[in-house]
Design a protein around this ligand. Structure first.
Ligand code: AVJ
Ligand code: FE
Length: 440
């Protein structure tokens, strides 16, 4: 991946793929829906649309190519740190037609820059080869954010996609996999588009542990609900107990019980909760409570990454559970190809060397870990990507959901959020230290 022509083609491809998805997410609703705020947790879709292009302008047109701002007056409107999401509808936002015109103006200029910029021997402000990948990932991350907004939006479905293939199920799979103790390489110094928080590669010694072969399913989670899990304070961290009491929470977000049956709303469609699918839209507190109820715990972030990347045969850390090749549809459920996770046990070709499945794609997996810098961390290219979020307030999620594009997904990729969040495409799997507790 150091060949500049290959990087240029990959950047063009990543930018084009991201823009097609942005168009899909913003062309399927009318101007009223684009400018409306569907939830105080989210921006109006038209804010994301122009924010994507404002970042692209700042990093590629200005920082890499050295040009003046195209519209300096709008930078502050699209600065995520100046304006929290709840207040964004009150800003002087570009109207949908203006936002689209701005987006295509910026993209036209940026493609020109991509053609003419040497992708080796980076410029002082930002390394050009990295910057194109960062901008493509940023757009895809906001595409996932916009998909969350679509899920929160009321009214008939605006998005449609085929369901995932049925998959082989879990009958022939062990419930858990033993990951042997010892050192492994966590993080990366080699991936050209890895973000600052994934760097640098370093050695961690991880004691032996067991981890679930597949993510926790709706069926398993229903047993926790049926057993009174939401009414038993023993399982809950104090802040989690306070949250479920204050808001009357008794099931994952978007679920409701009707006539003895659990239903869920999914992108405008109400349907029975499928028992074989990984559970989605749970907070860190719900994941943590379930794990305690099951006599287990959430994996730490380093356990998760060791399960996903460590190859006991070579002692090496792989880019993905299946090896070093980029993801294909046989490996994982990524890229909003389906508007839901695939049944547990799917994608045998995507399993890790030890046999753990669906680590990449389907649902983001909560880990027990706080979001912290790796030893040797250096903020790059701006402190507000990761550094300002480090600390005990944010929990790490790993693996990526069905709404994550391959360009923003690696065995090393780290996501984070507040432990109360449930609108994100979050699920989990459980673990236990070797030699402790009983297999469930
Ligand atoms: C990494 C998903 C937490 O959406 O807040 C987008 C990604 N950073 N624009 C977020 C991000 C700046 C970020 N997350
Ligand atoms: Fe952003």
């Amino acid at each position: 991946m150091t060949d500049p022509e290959k990087l240029r083609r990959r950047a063009l491809d990543a930018l084009t793929t991201a823009r097609a998805r942005t168009a899909l997410l913003t062309d399927c609703v009318d101007d009223g829906e684009l400018t409306a705020q569907h939830s105080p947790l989210m921006s109006p879709l038209v804010w994301d649309l122009a924010h994507i292009s404002n970042q692209e302008e700042q990093w590629l047109w200005r920082a890499v190519a050295g040009h003046e701002a195209l519209r300096p007056e709008i930078d502050s409107v699209y600065d995520a740190f100046e304006h929290p999401r709840a207040t964004r509808p009150t800003l002087p936002l570009l109207a949908p037609a203006e936002a689209r015109a701005y987006a295509s103006d910026v993209r036209g200029r940026v493609l020109d820059v991509l053609e003419r910029t040497p992708l080796e021997g980076g410029r002082p402000l930002v390394d050009a080869a990295f910057a194109f990948g960062m901008v493509a990932q940023h757009e895809q991350q906001h595409d996932e954010t916009m998909l969350i907004t679509h899920q929160l939006r009321r009214g008939p479905a605006a998005l449609h996609a085929p369901g995932p293939p049925p998959g082989p199920g879990t009958a022939d799979l062990p419930a858990e996999v033993l990951v042997p103790g010892g050192p492994f390489t966590m993080g990366t110094s080699a991936e050209p588009w890895a973000l600052d928080n994934e760097r640098p590669a370093h050695t961690r010694v991880v004691p032996a542990f067991f981890i679930d072969t597949v993510p926790v399913t709706n069926g398993a989670y229903l047993a926790f609900i049926a057993d009174g899990g939401y009414d038993d304070e023993r399982w809950w961290a104090p802040e989690g107990w306070a949250q479920i009491r204050a808001h009357g929470i008794g099931a994952p977000l978007f679920w409701r019980r009707e006539g003895g049956q659990w239903l869920r709303r999914r992108f405008g469609v109400v349907e029975p909760v499928p028992e074989d699918e990984p559970v989605l839209h749970v907070s860190w507190y719900e994941a943590d409570a379930y794990a305690r109820w099951a006599g287990r715990r959430l994996p730490t972030e380093e356990e998760w990454e060791k399960a996903a990347r460590h190859d006991p045969a070579s002692g090496r850390s792989l880019r993905y559970p299946w090896g070093d090749d980029d993801p294909t549809p046989e490996h994982a459920n990524l890229g909003q190809r389906h508007l839901r996770p695939a049944p547990a046990g799917s994608y045998p070709a995507g399993r890790s060397p030890l046999g753990v499945r669906q680590l990449i794609g389907d649902v983001w997996e909560w880990t027990s870990s706080d979001f912290l810098p790796y030893p040797g961390f250096a903020a790059f290219p701006y402190r507000e990507y990761s550094e300002v979020f480090f600390g005990p307030g944010h929990k790490v999620l790993r693996g990526g959901s069905f709404a994550v594009d391959a360009v923003a997904c690696r065995g090393t990729f780290r996501n984070w959020d507040l432990p109360v969040r449930r609108q994100i495409f979050s699920g989990f799997r459980t673990a236990r230290s070797a030699g402790e507790g009983a297999a469930v």
